[in-house]
Structure formats: C-alpha cells, structure tokens
Design a protein around this ligand. Structure first.
Ligand SMILES: Cc1cc2nc3c(=O)[nH]c(=O)nc-3n(C[C@H](O)[C@H](O)[C@H](O)COP(=O)(O)OP(=O)(O)OC[C@H]3O[C@@H](n4cnc5c(N)ncnc54)[C@H](O)[C@@H]3O)c2cc1C
Length: 500
C-alpha cells in the first residue's frame, strides 16, 4: 500500500479535526487525491475515568425528582425505557447519542456499524419483542468464510463434522480430519448437565491432541465474538459456538445492529423523547432514606436527580464505582469481571471489493480478526458491483493493550498497520478504491466470556439492591448479546416499576 505512516496519520488527524459530531471526516465528492480521508472517533470517557480515580466529590442537592432513573442508553437502557413509557422516568446517557455498542454511522448515504453486527430471532420472547417494536431485520444469507494460507473458503464453519468445507483446507488430510474429529469428540460432552464444570474450564484445554490449526481458528473467532482467545474463554461458551454456530439463523439491517437502536429510538413517541438525556454522564448514585440520588455531569455542570428506583444499564466496571454501598462480595465479583478493548474500522470503498460471504475470518492476520461488508444483508446475492461499499473490520485487543487506546498516535499507527495488512497484503487490488477510513475505539466494550464469569461471577454481580436494579449485557447470559441485554433490562425495569 502506498500510504506512508506519517501521511496516513496526518490525514486521520485532519479528518478528526474537521469532524462531524461523530468525529468523522465529512464525505468528500469522488475519490480524494493522495491518501484516503479518515476519522478517529472514541467513546466519551473523561467523567468515568474521574469517577474511577475518586475525583468526583461534589454532589449537589437534587434539582428534580422522578420515579425511575435509567442509567445508560444502550440496547438495555432503550428496552428498559420503553417498558417505562407512560410513567415518570428519566434516562441518562453519557454519549451524545443512544445505542451504546450498537451504534451505526453513515458515509455517502451508506450505513455502517461501529460495533454490534447481527442477532437471531429464533427465541420466541425475542421474536415477540421485535414484533412489538415493529422491527424485522432481514435474514443474512450464507455462512462465514475463513482464510487459510492465502485461500478463502466460503461457508467455512459448520457443526456438522461431515461438512465438505474442511476438505478444502490447503493442508494434509490429517488436518481436515482433526477439524472433524474435534467436532465429533466434543459432541460427547454434556453441555447441559456439566454446564457449571465446563464453564470453569478454559476452552484451550480441549484442544490437546489436535492439530494446532483447530485451536487457531477459535483463537480468531473468540475475541471478535466474546472478547477472548481460547485460554481466556469458558469451555462451555466455546463448545456452544462449536456445536450451535452454523444452524442459527442470523439477522441484521444494512449497517448492523446500530440500526436497530437507531430505528427503535426514532419510532419512540415524541412525548417520551424528552425523558432521554444525552451527554449526561452519571458520577454518583447514593441512597437518601427511601430515595436514591443520582448525580451526573451535563454540559460541564454537576446535577442531581432524586428517584424512587434506579435501573443500572451500564457495565459493572462503572457501576461498582458509581454506587458506594455495594456488599463487599458483590463489589469484589464486579471487580473480577473482564472486558476486552476494541477497535472497529470502517473502510469505505468507491466500488464493491468483496462479495464472498458475510463474516470473513482472516486466520493468521496480525491486526484484525474478521470483516463484514456493511450492506451484505441487502446485496449478498451480488447487486450492482459498481456501487460504493463499506467493509467493517473488527480488531479486538488484549486487555493489556487497553492503555494504548488512550494514545491517538498508537491507535492511528495500529489503523495504518491494519490498512496495510488488509489492503496491502490480503487484497492489493483494494488499495486503489479506498476512499476513507473511519476508526472507532472503545476501552471496555465487550464483557469477556472468561472461565467462571457466567456461573460464578454473574450470579453475585447481578443481585438487586432494592430500589436499585441491575441490568446490562454483562448481567446475564454466557455471551454478550443484544437481545439478551434487552430482555434482561425489561425485567429489571418491571421490578423498578413494581417497587415504585
Ligand atoms: C465490537 C462489538 C461487536 C458486537 N457484536 C455483536 C453482535 O453481532 N450481536 C450481538 O447481539 N451483540 C454484539 N455485541 C454486543 C452488544 O453490542 C451488546 O450486547 C449490547 O450493546 C449491550 O447493550 P447494553 O445496553 O447492555 O450495553 P452497552 O451497549 O454497553 O450500553 C451501555 C450504555 O451505558 C452508557 N454509559 C456508560 N457509563 C455511563 C455513565 N456513567 N453515565 C451514563 N451513561 C453511561 C454507555 O455510553 C452506553 O451507551 C458486540 C459488541 C461489540 C463491542
């Protein structure tokens, strides 16, 4: 790729400086001369860091009072709020928009996601919820492809050991046989009866005696799906993916699940929208007799709202700092929850560059794990190949790299290395068509499905402290899923309303 690190970074910073409210460069007409335009966007973090560092000490007296305060406007908060329509509630969200990790942006009229990609509506409760919300994401065609030593294999993973894709691996037959043997032998483990035991074992332990490439596949798959490589993954979670992956029907909107959040919020009655406050970062939640005072920063000023009940739809790593009177064992369990940092890149092209599969696993890549054409759900059959296309590239990072994400130069260097790897090494023909790169960074977006999180930590962290009720995707479920988050939040909101 003929973009030097220096010029790439210069362009990204220029893009960010002239940013839209989302920190992205405005879309230019046609293809820019020289390196692609780019933008570096981030979640809002200052108040949360100040809370963590014990710097938020001034709690003003309440200036308003409501029945229920909902903290966080991600999918959980939105679902909880919708449950509260018709009552006296207030939702506080620190970002300038709703959606949390399900947040989509647009380029040249095309939508793309900075996080959450797809969901399944196979569960009846979720199907009913989406029907009530009047949202019906279309079905995603095909499965996932995977890359091995220069060869892309379409519809690669399938839980059926006799699936022909394994025979296409560019290795001796013994390697394909090991992929099949791994499926057959692990199918003998009882994922229901032995759920507790399996959840407390590292997934990596199940790969002894198989060709290392079997484990390597899951070391790419895990970080993008549940934030961890096999040694940091619960064997229960890994096994579920091995055996239940391919048969699941996947759905999304063009532009990913951020479009669910966007459409859901857009469809809310105008009379309710004034109850959603953006740019409001909570920094303290303290009991005051039977009420709870929630303090938050809005436009640089501290404010406090008094509530009869509070629903926490923010992650536990923040919740434990906001609320001071959590029982010791619960606070300790919250502190043990682990979260993966994440970079998501959106590479914007002036024509279609990829038309093989939806999610594509670049096994062996150094700087990313997988990528998704943002409009695949609409154009998976082909479509007009001259149309513009956005490729969403997922780059989950190890926890040890979290601090690097605070450094713009580090992030931009990583973005540059990813661009070089994707457009230089994997697909040299893409380079000439790259118009713009958009980078989105988050420090703790994905709860890791680490051994024991599901069966040992969650049952302790999720305990309600009435009139405070916990929700969020890290509250329940073996893997962070948007639908599970929404269902859990509706239950938490119902408890808060009963209390009121
Ligand atoms: C890269 C990535 C890809 C993913 N892909 C998928 C996928 O394909 N399918 C799927 O089902 N799930 C996916 N997920 C998970 C999915 O995004 C989450 O399950 C979902 O966003 C959870 O919603 P939530 O509301 O519980 O939490 P979040 O999305 O974390 O929302 C929490 C909200 O709380 C706000 N907040 C935090 N602190 C404060 C504070 N102090 N004051 C006020 N507000 C605060 C945040 O800004 C945020 O808006 C993915 C996640 C990531 C990061």
């Amino acid at each position: 790729m003929d973009i030097s690190r220096r010029s790439f970074i210069k362009w990204v910073i220029a893009g960010a400086a002239s940013a839209s409210p989302f920190g992205c460069a405005p879309a230019g007409k046609g293809k820019p001369a020289g390196p692609p335009a780019a933008g570096l966007a981030s979640e809002t973090k200052q108040v949360c860091h100040d809370v963590r560092d014990g710097l938020m000490k001034a709690f003003p007296p309440p200036s308003q009072s409501v029945d229920v305060v909902i903290l966080g406007g991600g999918p959980s908060g939105l679902a909880a709020a919708e449950r509260c329509f018709g009552t006296d509630f207030l939702l506080l969200e620190k970002e300038p928009h709703m959606g949390g990790n399900a947040w989509s942006e647009s380029w040249n009229g095309l939508d793309y996601c900075t996080g959450s990609a797809w969901l399944s509506l196979e569960n009846d409760e979720v199907k009913a919820l989406f029907k009530r919300w009047n949202l019906e994401p279309p079905v995603i065609k095909g499965n996932d492809s995977a890359h091995w030593d220069g060869k892309w294999i379409k519809d690669f993973w399938n839980s059926d050991p006799d699936y022909p894709s394994y025979a296409q691996l560019p290795y001796p037959k013994s390697v394909s046989d090991d992929f099949r043997r791994f499926i057959r032998e692990t199918a003998k483990l009882d994922r229901v009866k032995d759920a507790n035991t399996l959840d407390n074992v590292a997934f990596s332990e199940l790969f002894a005696g198989y060709d290392p490439r079997v484990k390597q596949y899951w070391d790419y798959f895990g970080p993008s799906n549940w934030g961890a490589k096999t040694h940091d993954t619960s064997a229960l979670v890994g096994l579920r993916a091995v055996h239940e992956w391919a048969p699941c029907e996947r759905r999304t909107f063009e532009g990913g699940l951020g479009m669910v959040a966007r459409r859901l919020f857009a469809g809310f009655p105008e009379s309710q929208k004034k109850r959603f406050i953006t740019g409001a970062a909570a920094f303290g939640v303290r009991r005051d007799g039977k009420r709870v005072n929630v303090s938050f920063m809005k436009d640089g000023r501290p404010e406090t709202v008094s509530a009869k009940a509070v629903v926490f739809c923010v992650p536990k790593f923040i919740a434990r700092h906001l609320l001071t009177d959590i029982p010791e064992n619960q606070a300790a369990a919250m502190a043990k929850m682990r979260y993966a940092p994440y970079l998501v890149y959106n590479f914007c092209f002036d024509k279609v560059v990829w038309n093989l599969n939806y999610d594509n696993w670049a096994i062996g890549a150094k700087h990313f794990t997988d990528f998704i054409p943002a409009d695949w759900v609409t154009h998976g059959d082909g479509g007009d190949l001259g149309r513009k296309q956005i490729i969403t590239v997922y780059a989950p990072k190890p926890e040890a790299a979290r601090a690097d994400l605070l450094d713009d130069e580090e992030v931009l260097g990583e973005a540059h290395a990813t661009a070089n790897e994707l457009c230089g090494e994997f697909f040299p023909s893409w380079t000439d068509h790259l118009s713009e790169v958009r980078v989105y960074r988050r420090g703790h977006p994905m709860p890791m499905s680490a051994p024991g999180s599901f069966t040992r930590l969650q049952p302790v962290t999720q305990r309600d402290l009435p009139p405070i009720y916990f929700s969020h995707t890290d509250n329940s479920g073996a893997v962070s899923d948007m639908y599970e988050a929404a269902l859990g939040a509706i239950k938490a909101a119902a408890k808060a309303l009963r209390h009121v």
